[in-house]
Design a binder for this molecule. Structure first.
Ligand SMILES: NC(=O)c1ccc[n+]([C@@H]2O[C@H](COP(=O)([O-])OP(=O)(O)OC[C@H]3O[C@@H](n4cnc5c(N)ncnc54)[C@H](OP(=O)(O)O)[C@@H]3O)[C@@H](O)[C@H]2O)c1
Length: 197
């Protein structure tokens, strides 16, 4: 596949495994220079050849460290993939979901994207770049999953639409992907399926 992305630059969050790692691999194969971030730098992420950053993206400091490193390493950002998100899936019911779980879900599924996007936008505007946010089918069809995560994903989907309206006219394309259940290591462990070797 040739997507004419050679020598473009990208930042991918949640890049250590699953959908984020697959995104990094695809971009690197297309000749994109990639900075990928997760708390754990996995051997698989290292093997891609992407520049790996260890950061907790549920915090403002973690996001700031990532974007500062990406700008220094890449010289500018053409593509931002806000993939980090999810949760531990331990609580299903609304009455069992306490404030700390709501805050945690909002930090990793919504505020991580708010902060990363805010920090990267000046460069994305300058380079007429693109943003892809990884939301979830749960944003559109909540139910049977922790309520805080579904709600945070719905907010993320709304954020993507707002960003597209505001920054599309300034040359930045914003799209939201809403995957259904996808067989990543985390999804397998939540569903009781064995993790891949
Ligand atoms: N898999 C599905 O069925 C499915 C369905 C719909 C939507 N999605 C969405 O797709 C995205 C990716 O899902 P996935 O299943 O590929 O996830 P995953 O396999 O659990 O991978 C998540 C990645 O994010 C990193 N991460 C988690 N918390 C982090 C934090 N606080 N700071 C920095 N990095 C962090 C993880 O590494 P560390 O833990 O080492 O930091 C890992 O590299 C998520 O937004 C998820 O909600 C997934």
């Amino acid at each position: 596949m040739n997507l004419n992305l050679t020598d473009k630059t990208a930042v991918v969050t949640g890049a250590g495994r699953g959908i984020g790692l697959a995104t990094v691999r695809t971009l690197v194969d297309e000749g994109v220079r990639v900075v990928g971030a997760a708390r754990t730098i996995t051997p698989e992420l290292k093997e891609t050849g992407a520049h790996a950053v260890s950061a907790d993206l549920s915090t403002a400091q973690g996001v700031s460290a990532l974007v500062d490193t990406a700008l220094a390493e890449l010289g500018g950002i053409d593509l931002l993939v806000n993939n980090v998100g999810g949760g531990d899936g331990a609580t299903v019911g609304f009455l069992e979901t306490d404030d700390s779980e709501w805050v945690g879900a909002l930090d990793i599924n919504l505020l991580s994207t708010v902060r990363t996007t805010r920090a990267a936008l000046p460069s994305l505007i300058e380079r007429r770049g693109a943003i892809v946010n990884i939301s979830s089918i749960l944003a559109l069809m909540p139910g049977g999953f922790p309520v805080a995560i579904s709600s945070a994903k719905a907010a993320l989907t709304a954020l993507g639409k707002s960003l597209a309206e505001e920054f599309g006219p300034r040359g930045v394309r914003v799209n939201t992907v809403s995957p259904p259940s996808t067989r990543t290591p985390t999804a397998r462990s939540l569903s009781g399926l064995p993790r891949p070797a």
